[in-house]
Write a protein that binds this ligand. Structure first.
Ligand SMILES: Cc1ncc(C[n+]2csc(CCOP(=O)(O)OP(=O)(O)O)c2C)c(N)n1
Length: 340
């Protein structure tokens, strides 16, 4: 039993303190989502040197728990907005894996027909808004989308939530502050989620912020905040669940800041612990709490193996789909663009 496992294991009890759901189906679902993202990105890193992937990739390996913990409490009708480091949020929200892989390969079967690549994933069937390479820009778009849903009279009593993911660097953009004010004023149903991995490319917070009290700054807009100092997936999930319930019933926006850690280089498939801005020792405590290992260890071995096998099949299928998908027709270049 899970409860025996936790009480008999001081290690597990310490690292995933207190918020583990009683329902084993939730644990299996969360593990599946975490593992799907990790394995998909590991495969992307493996394929990348072959040059089959036609866009830069910003991997979320190590940061998966934030997207999974939040997206697990969203419904299909809820909306999600993320950044160029968006593979995790895209998959956690139920974005189509085949279309994602084809998009990375620059093929016509991609969600943006191969024109956008990894940094601009979109899947409106799963209510995944288009992502962007321009830091901070998806924050006002998320709020605007939530505002538009309200104007259309959708969800007068139970609102559709928009979860908006962004990095710590994005909070330095003017649109971040402008959006917080607008969202608070109009009580927009937005859950803002800052994935604070401590770096903007190679620049640490200590070079960029006079104080690390991000939640205090956000609270001055009249927005309830939640500061999580590490990325335990079930703590994130429980925090998101409470926030989402209040937002859904008209309480206005809320803000989660979750500390996390990017295990790979800023952009690309490799590691960068020799680049002088950080050390491998910084990674070790995060790897020791690897949420995929910890949630996987909570499952029965047979169930875990079945999930792992299903994921491998799905990823292999998506890669094959991308390989088989045709190149976009040259005419496609002129579709879905603003300029003539
Ligand atoms: C408006 C803008 N300024 C600068 C850049 C260059 N740039 C690309 S990623 C990045 C770092 C952003 O860091 P953060 O928001 O913390 O996200 P992370 O990459 O850590 O996920 C910067 C400055 C950009 N793409 N857009």
């Amino acid at each position: 039993m899970l409860s025996d496992l936790v009480s008999n294991s001081p290690f597990l009890g310490e690292v995933m303190s207190g918020n583990i759901p009683a329902d084993p189906a939730i644990i299996a679902r969360v593990y599946r989502s975490l593992r799907l993202i990790r394995r998909t990105e590991e495969e992307i890193a493996r394929i990348y040197p072959s040059d089959k992937i036609k866009s830069p990739v910003h991997l979320s390996i190590g940061q998966e728990a934030v997207a999974v913990g939040v997206c697990d409490v969203l419904g299909d009708d809820d909306v999600m907005s993320a950044t160029y480091r968006g593979h995790a949020a895209y998959l956690a929200k139920g974005g189509d894996l085949r279309q994602m892989m084809a998009e990375l390969f620059g093929k016509a079967g991609g969600g943006a027909k191969g024109k956008a690549g990894s940094m601009h994933l979109v899947d409106m069937k799963a209510n995944v808004l288009g992502m962007s390479a321009v830091v901070g820009t998806t924050i006002p778009i998320a709020a605007g989308y939530a505002f538009a849903l309200g104007r259309e009279g959708q969800g007068e009593t139970e609102r559709r939530i928009t979860a908006c993911f962004f990095g710590d660097g994005a909070t330095e953009e003017g649109v971040f502050s402008e959006t917080l004010n607008f969202a608070a004023l109009h009580k927009l149903p937005v859950l803002f989620v800052c994935e604070n991995n401590g770096f903007a490319i190679h620049s640490p917070l200590s070079n960029r912020w006079a104080t690390e009290a991000l939640c205090e700054r956000v609270a001055t807009y009249g927005i309830p905040t939640h500061s999580l100092d590490r990325d335990d997936v079930f703590t994130i999930r429980e925090t998101a669940q409470k926030a989402a319930d209040e937002i859904r019933h008209g309480g206005g926006p809320q803000f989660i800041e979750c500390k996390t850690y990017r295990w790979r280089e800023h952009v690309g498939p490799g590691e960068d612990y020799d680049d002088s801005y950080r050390n491998r020792a910084d990674l070790e405590p995060w790897q020791a709490r690897d949420q995929i290992k910890l949630t996987g260890d909570m499952l029965d071995a047979g169930e875990r193996q079945a999930i792992d096998d299903e994921i491998e099949t799905a990823i292999a299928d998506a890669i094959q789909f991308a390989e088989d998908s045709p190149w976009p027709d040259p005419e496609e270049l002129f579709n879905h663009v603003f300029a003539d």
